[in-house]
Ligand binder design. Structure first.
Ligand SMILES: C[S@@+](CC[C@H](N)C(=O)[O-])C[C@H]1O[C@@H](n2cnc3c(N)ncnc32)[C@H](O)[C@@H]1O
Length: 548
């Protein structure tokens, strides 16, 4: 493997590391790669997962990641029903480090600026525990599909997915975020062992080109951090131009930023400001330059994981030069601009947020059950009336018939975009003019007959006890895999678990068997089925979510 490394790369590494360390570095390319997965704590904790999973006994903790484990090469965790229930995410062990350093707490506003395919966004969402908001962005349109899907698979309720250039975000989110992750596009030198195709990419994504991109991304990211907020910059490459040099530039241009020193623990080593050229450190005092040693390098010869770099920065609590956007406490007035309307046009002939405004005007005439209040506290929803063509009213009707009183929408607000309905985290500034991929938790949409169809992300974000009708198979039950393959199944009525819930509009009577059923494995949702006469369970798992 080491023989395949580009000569320009090995020559440079030899110069940087010196004889002995370089040999250890090159030897690491002959060592087998390691595999990691991270438990999704939005669903369960690590102890519970280890008891539940056939892998539970065999895995080993990753020292720097609270919920991370190494698993063996022969295992195929991506094929197990638990993966399809979003119980874990498969992630390279070193890639778990940046979010661990970011100090995300429930309630924070977090930006993951270069987020696709979403490994770190799901990790951040786990730390938020459903409270606060994560804005996940990537400028590559195609890659945002995987990003949105991974966020939905993990059952995240408080994410907004955007497809923007950082400069466009900076115009909307000035000084807005408590935490920002910049997991920058890079030349990928640290991934050569894991993925040989990265070697070919290396030539294309030259270090110089990546450095220019990184500088621009960091400059915009800096604008969006609130005073006192923290930012992690990370790459999976070794070149100092893409690592320490980027931090030096940021510190030179932003006196209000400082490096928070990281402990070189777990086999990590200190950042190397001494590797920078004079031109890269211009304008920095000796003290600020030295502070870059407080960043960390993860070397494959020192740890069980691939090569990474991470820096933790903080914006001073009192600082000038940022514009904090005003809080938007009524967000349902916003509408997408033409680009977004175009995107949703095929789904609805109606102007979207207008369903809400119309409902607002009708105010007070609608139903006002306990459930409807819970499904969008303080929003227009609890004042909606139920009319067939009104997406909000249709959602109401669905919630009444299918969700239990355990369902809580928290402080999120109902938003309709065309026929699609979202629960959006509260307090976001207007997203006007931005390319919005997911405006929040996508819960469902109106079909051509004006009936609400629940979405796959709704199923994945629910807890089992929040649905009135559930089916639960163990992971060993062949029905779980048959369901995941998209098959129609036949289910005897006693297998269905149907809750009689006094707040669901059915009094204390058990609701009818027919209707949407939340299909679960070992207690965790996989998707919807529709129960019909004769015990038929129509499979509602979308094609892109099936096991192939
Ligand atoms: C290292 S990958 C991110 C991996 C991701 N954080 C994860 O953990 O799954 C870098 C990402 O940056 C995106 N990217 C490149 N240039 C960008 C830009 N100017 N703004 C936002 N994202 C960008 C790429 O499309 C790519 O998905």
């Amino acid at each position: 493997m080491a023989g395949f490394l580009p000569l320009a790369f090995t020559d440079k590494m030899k110069k940087l590391l010196g004889g002995k360390e370089y040999e250890r570095f090159i030897d690491s390319y002959r060592a087998p790669r390691v595999y990691g997965l991270r438990i999704n704590r939005l669903k369960l904790n690590t102890e519970h997962w280890r008891r539940l999973s056939p892998l539970g006994e065999a895995v080993r903790p990753i020292p720097w990641a609270e919920d991370g484990f190494y698993y063996g090469e022969g295992e195929r965790p991506g094929k197990h029903p638990h993966y399809h229930a979003g119980l874990y995410y498969i992630q390279e062990p070193s890639a778990m480090a940046p979010v661990e350093l970011l100090d995300v707490q429930p309630g924070h506003r977090v930006l993951d600026l270069c987020a696709a395919p979403g490994g770190k966004s799901t990790q951040i969402a786990g730390k938020l525990q459903g409270s606060g908001v994560i804005v996940s962005n990537d400028n590559a349109r195609e890659r945002t599909k995987a990003l949105a899907k991974n966020i939905e698979l993990a059952g995240v309720r408080n994410a907004v997915v955007l497809n923007e250039e950082p400069a466009a975000l900076a115009r909307v989110f000035g000084g807005w975020f408590d935490r920002i992750l910049v997991d920058a596009p890079c030349s990928g030198e640290g991934m050569f062992r894991k993925d040989e195709s990265m070697i070919a990419e290396w030539e294309k994504h030259s270090i110089e080109r990546c450095s220019v991109m990184q500088r621009s991304i960091l400059k915009d990211a800096a604008q969006m951090l609130a005073p006192g907020g923290k930012l992690v910059y990370s790459t999976c490459t070794f070149s100092p131009e893409e690592n320490e040099a980027q931090i030096a530039l940021l510190l030179a241009e932003h006196p209000e930023f400082e490096v928070i020193p990281l402990m070189p623990q777990f086999g990590w080593t200190s950042g190397r400001p001494d590797w920078l050229a004079a031109a890269e450190t211009a304008g920095l005092s000796a003290e600020r330059l030295a502070s870059i040693a407080g960043t960390v390098r993860l070397w494959p010869q020192n740890i069980e994981g691939e090569g990474h770099y991470a820096a933790l920065l903080q914006r001073k609590a009192a600082c000038e030069g940022y514009i904090r956007v005003p809080e938007a406490d009524v967000v349902f007035e916003q509408e997408f601009r033409p680009a977004q309307e175009e995107k949703f046009k095929h789904r609805s002939g109606k102007d979207n947020g207008n369903a809400l405004r119309a409902a607002e005007k009708r105010g007070g005439s609608g139903k006002d059950s306990k459930l409807s209040k819970k499904a969008g506290k303080g929003s227009a929803m609890s004042r909606l009336s139920e009319t067939a063509a009104d997406p909000m009213a249709a959602w109401y009707a669905f919630a009444e018939a299918h969700l239990s009183s355990a369902f809580e929408a928290g402080t999120s607000r109902l938003q309709a975009y065309g026929s699609r309905i979202y629960l959006q985290p509260q307090g976001l500034p207007p997203l006007d003019g931005l390319r919005v991929i997911r405006a929040g938790w996508f819960i469902g949409e109106l079909n051509g007959r004006g009936v609400f169809e629940p979405s796959q992300p709704l199923a994945m974000g629910l807890r089992r006890e929040e649905a009135l009708r559930t089916l639960n198979w163990s992971a060993n039950d062949p029905n779980a895999v048959r369901y995941l393959k998209g098959e129609t199944l036949f289910v005897e009525p006693p297998e269905l678990n149907v809750i009689a819930d006094e707040e669901n509009g059915n009094g204390v009577e058990t609701p009818p068997l027919k209707g949407y059923v939340l299909v679960c494995v070992d207690g965790y949702p996989l998707g919807w089925g529709k129960y019909a006469d004769g015990g038929m369970l129509k499979n509602e798992l979308p094609a892109g979510w099936r096991l192939i």
